[in-house]
Ligand binder design. Structure first.
Ligand SMILES: [Mg+2]
Length: 107
């Protein structure tokens, strides 16, 4: 069993709880109709730009504000995975496996 598979088993409950809470938040506000893949892809990009803005022209930043923008990106990513019927664990670990082949650890 690879390290990737070991981490995956340990993180299941945390990920499931996070997805459940985010979907509940979304449903309570009737936001599913707005959360199309296209709108969510745009929102991820917009929030990523807001994240980047904290590093524009300066080396100092407010870590609390950076955390807020990073959370916005992550939340929209989770909503997009849900809208696309992707299991975020599967797509992340599939990509990690591809990256492990592409970028092998040097002995
Ligand atoms: Mg934001």
């Amino acid at each position: 069993m690879s390290n990737v598979e070991i981490i995956k088993k340990d993180s299941g409950d945390i990920v499931d709880g996070l997805i459940r809470d985010l979907k509940k938040f979304q449903k309570q506000r009737d936001w599913e109709k707005f959360h199309t893949p296209e709108n969510l892809a745009k929102s991820i990009s917009i929030e990523a730009a807001e994240l980047l803005e904290h590093f524009q022209w300066q080396k100092e930043y407010d870590s609390s504000e950076v955390a807020d923008e990073l959370a916005d990106v992550l939340i929209y990513c989770i909503y997009m995975a849900d809208a696309m019927d992707f299991d975020i664990r599967e797509i992340i670990y599939d990509k990690m496996r591809k990256n492990a082949v592409k970028y092998p650890v040097k002995p």
